[in-house]
Design a protein around this ligand. Structure first.
Ligand code: IPE
Ligand code: IPE
Ligand code: MG
Length: 252
């Protein structure tokens, strides 16, 4: 098995754009909601694998601020899936040391569901095996807008606004930025996912539809991440020093 090899540079924070549920269902002649259900079933094994691989934070994007524009039956189905997931899986997630966080607007969810989400966050807040950020009614632009609104409401003077302050007003306050962002189903766009936090994230795009994305493929994504040359705008020491050496030679 692939996992027998040791992974190098395991990312602390992995974020997944779980895309392709609809096409997965269509390919099987099933309704789109069957794809969403299959996608939901895939969450637990990927969360478990993430914890095993040593990932500290797993973010999953389940519903965007734009997804409200889908047919009502699909939107209602997706809300029901979130509700059922909390009802059915919360106890087990808590037992396994999963800390739940919610990224997105809570105020537009049905009231009962809002309460379930808040209770789940409260119940699991001291767990420390892995953090699961559930991004629901999440949009990257919306997140920045709400941060700016909060900053203004808090009466913060303009000269005190800097990158660290803005980060502390994002839904991910206190968490490291995602090191690796995975998008399933092959789309080459972010759709606004983690606009603020993704400045230096590495991307891994796979044609696999989310319900088929498995532990093996997560391993391959982590392996690919381990090979990436992250420079954060700087230059690598060896490159810098070889340039220095060449300069010295040129002079001689
Ligand atoms: C991702 O799957 C889940 C949500 C956006 C809710 P999609 O529903 O976008 O599936 P495709 O992209 O239509 O295949
Ligand atoms: C992004 O997928 C949102 C989620 C995966 C939850 P979409 O399917 O909504 O994105 P677009 O419309 O293809 O950009
Ligand atoms: Mg999609």
């Amino acid at each position: 098995m692939a996992e027998e090899k040791t992974l190098e540079n395991v990312p602390r924070h992995v974020a997944i754009i779980m895309d392709g549920n609809g096409r997965w269902a269509k390919a099987r002649g099933l309704p789109r909601l069957a794809g969403h259900r299959a996608g939901t079933e895939n969450l637990r094994p990927i969360l478990e694998a993430s914890a095993e691989f040593g990932i500290e934070i797993l973010t999953i994007w389940a519903f965007s601020t734009e997804n409200w524009s889908r047919p009502e039956v699909e939107v209602r189905g997706l809300l029901r899936i979130l509700q059922r997931m909390i009802q059915r899986d919360l106890g087990e997630l808590h037992k396994q040391g999963v800390q739940l966080r919610y990224l997105g607007r809570l105020d537009r969810l049905p009231e009962g569901l809002q309460k379930q989400v808040l209770d789940a966050i409260e119940l699991t807040k001291d767990n420390d095996r892995i953090v699961l950020n559930v991004a629901f009614d999440y949009g990257g632009r919306e997140e920045i807008v709400q941060a700016v609104q909060h900053i203004i409401r808090d009466g913060i003077p303009a000269e005190d606004v800097d990158e660290a302050l803005l980060s502390s007003y994002m839904y991910t306050a206190g968490q490291p930025d995602p090191d690796l962002i995975i998008r399933t189903s092959g789309e080459l766009r972010t759709s606004g996912f983690m606009l603020w936090q993704s400045a230096y994230s590495e991307y891994y795009i796979t044609p696999t539809f989310w319900p088929d994305f498995d532990k093996e493929e997560l391993y391959r994504a982590l392996e690919a991440f381990g090979q990436r040359d992250r420079r954060f705008g700087g230059i690598k020491d060896d490159y810098g020093s070889s340039r220095q050496a060449r300069k010295g030679k040129d002079k001689a």
